[in-house]
Design a protein around this ligand. Sequence first.
Ligand code: XMP
Length: 335
Amino acid sequence: DWNMPDYIGEAVQKIREQVGTDEVILGLSGGVDSSVAAALIHRAIGDQLTCVFVDHGLLRKDEGKMVMDMFSKNLGVKVLRIDAEAQFMGHLAGVTDPEQKRKIIGREFVEVFQVEAGKLTNAKWLAQGTIYPDVIESAGKGKKGQTIKSHHNVGGLPETLNLKLLEPLRELFKDEVRKLGVALGLPHDMVYRHPFPGPGLGVRILGEVKKEYADLLREADAIFIEELRNTPFDLPAVAGIDPGKAPVNWYEATSQAFAVFLPVKSVGVMGDGRTYEYVVALRAVQTLDFMTAQWAHLPHSLLGKVSNRIINEVRGLNRVVYDISGKPPATIEWE
Ligand code: XMP
């Protein structure tokens, strides 16, 4: 029983009262939560909001351009895009341990954001896309000792920068955030995207992260996602997918799907020649809560098409494998 125009009206009013004439900064990640928070706050206070979008070089194909088009061009939001690829790659060079990689990415993110935020001397507020499940989770703390989303929530910034926290989505569940996003004019496909981890492709490149690997992975991943979106879903039901939702394509019929870069070379043939190139794994899962998950029984025709396209279109990859591991015992990400 949730009236969207009324809700937006009240939320806008509340933000205006809270913030007054102060300036607000927000770290835009391209994810659903920070995007919806940005759109809502922009609706309330317009140019008093400045978004900082840190491109760490571990985003998906065209993601940076998409964020800039959507916010800067279409919605007229002030967005500073910071190209920090070289800085991130530099700090990640030689590092292979997954948790160490997460720590470095999180730390550099805070570092870059802090420098940019420090330049906006009039800012009094730090806005974040914290949603209700995050509030609960940080009260309990994540699994495996990992602080999930630590880098989204830019821990420590309010103290060091002396900013007050603005968290307009704190009372909302994910599905409510999505409805709010659509009502605020964000594109449906963006608002209903699969989750993407804060460390980005950093945890989908096994071992050491290199720009060369990230570039290959971006191409393979984009082909996989495109084919999932283009393949109609016509089965009656899938376990692990909310029965209230009727998926129209295989992207919607899966909860999360992506390619993983394996820094391993194998032999292949191409024309008359022998190739010796890298491998990618495809991962697609169905789950309601991401705590357990099953591998998606994608049609073989779809898998075959994706494999052919990746090998034909991405120079540097000559083998594609499909991950058929459930969670548990495997995790959804490979690192
Ligand atoms: P796993 O791999 O633990 O993933 O089965 C469960 C869900 O959490 C996401 N994930 C992360 N999200 N920072 C994030 O923001 C992380 O370090 C991280 N690690 C895993 C993963 O994408 C899946 O949705």
